[in-house]
Write a protein that binds this ligand. Structure first.
Ligand code: ZN
Length: 266
């Protein structure tokens, strides 16, 4: 990924689900009601991660960079293009569909996503949490048994047999390691300076809350806990609390589509 000024010059546009990397000088950036910090890097420069949500209306926006006093020091036009996310129906049982997060689950996830950590643990490139192919991409609008849910898929689903090790995509600090109602076995890692990842539906944990992890450390194991229809890993990348497209950070192959009415292949 490129810094904002370069990116705009080359492409002039971003897509829904992208992260715009905002370089200094400046201490904060603002776009369409969201404000993010530009954190100091080891070389003295500044960098902020401005997320474009999957549901952002395509069109032209203004990205403003502010100094410490809140004065706008730079202003750039950003064109958000339609990413043309697909719709996907999921067939699930009534009991599974009815699962809802507890107040505690909602509160803990919200607090995790709102946290701001000065230290940057993450470095690029990120690495996949497991080798399995992608079952379901980011941004698809979810229907349950044909009914729209109003939700878009906030991460990737990757294939994995029950018990497969799930690894941290980058270094960070484990802030959540809990068995939740909706998300099932969940690990949340704060990678610092606005980057976070979450791993859901796991059968168990390999880390405790507060643990510092390196890239590739095992954090848990694939399962089918919470609202899940079979063993797989759902994982998400968040930029300042907004779920963004992992495709901008790491690559994965899509699973081959199952032949309609055909037999299972090996
Ligand atoms: Zn998922």
């Amino acid at each position: 990924m490129l810094l904002l000024a370069v990116m705009m010059a080359l492409h002039g546009e971003v897509r829904q689900g992208d992260v715009i990397r905002v370089a200094g000088p400046g201490e904060k950036a603002r776009m369409n009601g969201r404000t993010v910090r530009l954190f100091e890097q080891t070389d003295g420069s500044r960098l902020g991660l401005m997320a474009v949500p999957a549901t952002e209306k395509p069109g032209e926006y203004t990205l403003q960079v502010m100094d410490g006093g809140g004065n706008v020091v730079r202003s750039e036009s950003v064109v958000v293009k339609d990413a043309r996310f697909r719709k996907q129906n999921v067939v699930i049982g009534k009991e599974t569909a009815a699962l809802a997060p507890s107040e505690e689950e909602t509160r803990l996830v919200r607090a995790f996503l709102a946290a701001e950590t000065e230290r940057r643990y993450w470095a690029e490139p990120l690495k996949l949490p497991l080798p399995g192919c992608m079952i379901s991409p980011y941004g698809v609008e979810r229907l349950h048994n044909g009914k729209p849910t109003g939700n878009v898929h906030g991460g990737w689903d990757q294939r994995g047999a029950k018990g497969t090790a799930v690894r941290a995509v980058a270094a960070g600090v484990v802030r959540i390691a809990k068995m939740f109602e909706l998300r099932g076995g969940t690990v949340g890692i704060d990678h610092g300076q606005g980057l976070e990842t979450m791993y859901l539906h796991m059968s168990g944990f390999a880390v405790a809350e507060g643990a510092e992890v390196k890239q590739g450390d095992v954090v848990g194991y694939v399962g089918s806990t919470g609202r899940s229809t079979g063993p797989h890993l759902h994982w998400s990348v968040f930029a300042n609390g907004v779920a963004v497209n992992p495709a901008q950070w790491v690559r994965v192959g899509a699973c081959a589509a199952a032949p309609a009415g055909g037999k299972k292949k090996k």
